[in-house]
Structure formats: structure tokens, C-alpha cells
Design a binder for this molecule. Structure first.
Ligand code: PLP
Length: 404
């Protein structure tokens, strides 16, 4: 993967590259280094004028495309009114109020009360705290190969031993079960505060729950009083063809967490529950979760616009058929071992991690952005904006085929 650096080094001005690599904190030794000039719809342009098809949508963020005009308009309108005025939950603010109403209108009645935060990981931190507070229990259950975020609490419930190893001690009383293993649900007991699970596992390489598993999980949580948390930070907001992935399974969580695409390109997260459960953050002691910038009015305005766009466009309805089209095109390659897919989220399994690196790098050279998975080195992801057209899917599919 270090090869990437040398290819792009040649293109980027030396002092600019140097500033990026030395003055900006890095988290890996071979960053993508696309030198971004602008982005619009499904495209990103670099400083040389090269155009990329963004087939990952900023890692499942730009579900309605980059700079959707309705999002820009909502941000501009909010800019003219006010920016930050107070920590979340104290003042009544139009954008927050509208977002709470908007979310309640697309969610079941038992998920009517939302708390807006800054990111997906904060949403999960707060959801776990809420479950501990409400149940007065301490044990937490999560799944192997899961990803729930990078802060200490979320990392504690992330089922990736390698990623956890150098940050111990993490949260105690966390057990990991096998996703889709019904027998493993026996570890859920009257001592369990919550089970946190991605409705569809993303960074595990896109693993869908079996209907039996998710139904049994719901039943076990209900019978033991453990709260069920669905983390839809990555698969929510239309990615799978419905606003929320749990809608495919007829199972409703006690707490839902969102992030990424919710903000239409702005940073946001949310944990959502019933009024009764959420109320437990207000006492014994009060201020059970506090956030200064959570629910920032600009981000809430953008999120409102994003939900409204998804309501009126046909993109969620089309996600399944567009995803199937991309799958059908890619299936032509004998090099592909397996394609796992939910709506417009695809994991393409190849024979080795080296082959994945080769294909992803070649795609970049040819102007198409794909991306890795955290826990699945032998697969890469494609999760384009839902606004992508069939013509663009064919074009993208051909590029990926050629690169493979
Ligand atoms: N949960 C899931 C399922 C995710 O995929 C991610 C990010 O990739 C997170 C939580 C963390 O979100 P954030 O990066 O906004 O903190």
C-alpha cells in the first residue's frame, strides 16, 4: 500500500504534501492523498482537475451526494439566524426541534425521543450510558468483528482485539458473542444492561443478520430486560433501501444510534429511544449526558434537509435495483469470490488482501474511489451516493471490472 504514496507524491506539490504529512496527525502510513479541490453529486475533483467517481460517499456519509442544493440552502438559512447558542437541551432551537420532529415522523412510536450529539461514536457512548442508567445494570454484550467507534467506550464494545490491544484497560463487563449465532444469546441475562449490535455488520465486511437471529435477539432482550441497541451509524439513512436497516427485519430496538449520512455532509450523531428511557438521564444525578456542540443548529438544519431530500426523491426505493445492477455487472468477474450486498452497500471479496490493495489502487488511478474494511482485509467496499444513476453505475462497474 505504500506504493500509493509514491504515485501521488509525484502529483502533489512537495511543500503541500510535506505539510499534510508532518503537521496533520496521521493514522496510517499510506493515506489516499487525493488533493481535494471540490466535490459535487457523486464526484470529487482534485487540484490537478482529475475527476473521481466517489464510490464510497465519504464512507457512507454523502448518501444524497456531495453538496446537495437543499443542504446548502438549509445551512445558508441557518447561518443567517444563529450559530451555537447553548449546550444541548437547554434552549429551544428551531433546527433541533424540527429535527426531533422529523426523526420521530420516520421512526416507530417507541423511538420518538432523540438526543443529538456530534458523532457516531458519541452516540454509542451515550446509548451505552443510557442503558446502564435505565437498567441499573453493568454488563454489556456486543458482537465479534463489530465496529462501534474509536473513543474508549465504543472501542470497548468493538469486537476487534487487535484494535483494542494497546488501549487497555477498557470498559469492564463486556462480552462478545458471535453474530448470527442463536445459541450465544444465552449469555444475555437479567444482569445485562444492553446488547449493542450493528443491524447489518459493516466493517466485518457486510454481514446481514439472519431473520431468526435478530428475532431471537429481540425476544431474549425483552425477556431479560436488557436494552437492545441497534447501531445504524453506517447502514442507516437509506443506505440499504429503507430509512433504517431494522425495517427489513420487523424488529425494533430500544435505542437506535445514527451518525454519518444523517447530517447530509455535516458532522452529527444521534441516540434515539422512548421518552421513558431517555428521561433517566435527567435525574440521579441530573445531566446524565452533556454535550456542548451536540445538536449544533447548522448540522441539525443540514440533517433536516437530508431527511426531506430522502423523503421526496425516489433514491431509497431505487437503492435495491441499483445495487443489484452493480452486483450483476461485477459478478461477471471470475476473480470475485463473493459479493455481499445490502441495497447500495457492497462488499467485494477477492482472493487476498494484496489483490484488494492492487484493485483499490488501480481504481484510484482510473478515477474511482473504493475503500477497505476494518476487519476484513480480503474485501473492499463500494457504497456510492444513492443519487448515482444507472448510467453512472454501469460506468463505475466497468472501471472496477477492468481493475480487477
Ligand atoms: N458505528 C459504526 C457502525 C460505524 O461504522 C462507525 C464509523 O465508521 C461508528 C459507529 C463511529 O462513527 P464516527 O466515526 O462518526 O464516530
Amino acid at each position: 500500500m505504500l506504493r500509493l504514496l509514491s504515485v501521488w507524491q509525484k502529483k502533489m506539490k512537495k511543500d503541500r504534501l510535506n505539510t499534510f504529512l508532518t503537521l496533520q496527525g496521521q493514522t496510517n502510513q499510506s493515506p489516499y492523498l487525493i488533493d481535494v479541490d471540490k466535490a459535487e453529486g457523486i464526484y470529487i475533483w482534485d487540484k490537478t482537475g482529475k475527476k473521481y467517481i466517489d464510490m464510497i460517499a465519504g464512507v457512507a456519509v454523502n448518501n444524497i451526494g456531495h453538496r446537495h442544493p437543499k443542504v446548502i440552502e438549509a445551512i445558508q438559512n441557518q447561518l443567517d439566524k444563529h450559530l451555537h447558542v447553548m449546550v444541548y437541551g437547554e434552549y429551544v432551537q428551531d433546527a433541533q426541534l424540527a429535527l426531533a420532529e422529523n426523526l420521530a415522523s420516520i421512526l416507530p412510536d417507541s423511538l420518538s425521543c432523540s438526543y443529538i450529539v456530534n458523532s457516531g461514536t458519541e452516540a454509542n457512548e451515550a446509548a451505552i450510558k443510557l442503558a446502564k442508567r435505565y437498567t441499573a445494570r453493568q454488563e454489556i454484550i456486543s458482537c465479534k468483528n463489530s465496529y462501534h467507534g474509536s473513543t474508549h467506550g465504543s472501542l470497548s464494545v468493538t469486537g476487534n482485539k487487535e484494535k483494542q490491544s494497546s488501549f487497555k484497560p477498557l470498559l469492564p463487563n463486556v462480552q462478545f458473542i458471535e453474530f448470527n449465532n442463536i445459541e450465544s444469546l444465552n449469555v444475555i441475562t437479567e444482569k445485562t444492561a444492553c446488547v449493542i449490535i450493528e443491524t447489518i455488520q459493516g466493517d466485518a465486511g457486510l454481514i446481514k443478520p439472519t431473520p431468526d437471529f435478530i428475532t431471537a435477539l429481540r425476544a431474549k432482550c425483552s425477556s431479560t430486560g436488557a436494552l437492545l441497541i441497534f447501531d445504524e451509524v453506517q447502514v442507516g439513512m437509506g443506505r440499504t433501501g429503507k430509512f433504517f436497516a431494522f425495517e427489513h427485519y420487523n424488529v425494533i430496538p430500544d435505542i437506535l444510534t445514527l451518525g454519518k449520512a444523517l447530517g447530509g455532509g455535516m458532522p452529527i450523531g444521534a441516540f434515539i429511544s422512548s421518552k421513558e428511557i431517555m428521561h433517566s438521564l435527567t435525574h440521579n444525578p441530573m445531566l446524565g449526558h452533556i454535550t456542548t456542540f451536540g445538536g449544533h443548529p447548522i448540522n441539525c438544519a443540514a440533517a433536516n434537509a437530508c431527511i426531506n431530500v430522502l423523503r421526496v426523491e425516489n433514491w431509497m426505493v431505487e437503492a435495491e435495483q441499483k445495487g443489484q445492477l452493480l452486483e450483476d455487472i461485477l459478478t461477471q468477474s471470475p476473480e470475485i469470490k463473493e459479493i455481499r450486498r445490502a441495497g447500495l452497500f457492497l462488499a467485494i471479496e477477492l482472493e487476498s488482501a494484496d489483490k484488494v490493495a492492487e484493485v483499490v489502487n488501480k481504481c484510484l488511478e482510473k478515477g474511482l474511489i473504493g475503500f477497505w474494511f476494518l476487519s476484513t482485509p480480503t474485501a473492499f467496499r463500494l457504497s456510492p451516493p444513492l443519487s448515482i444513476t444507472e448510467v453512472e453505475i454501469r460506468e463505475a462497474g466497468e472501471i472496477v471490472l477492468k481493475c480487477i
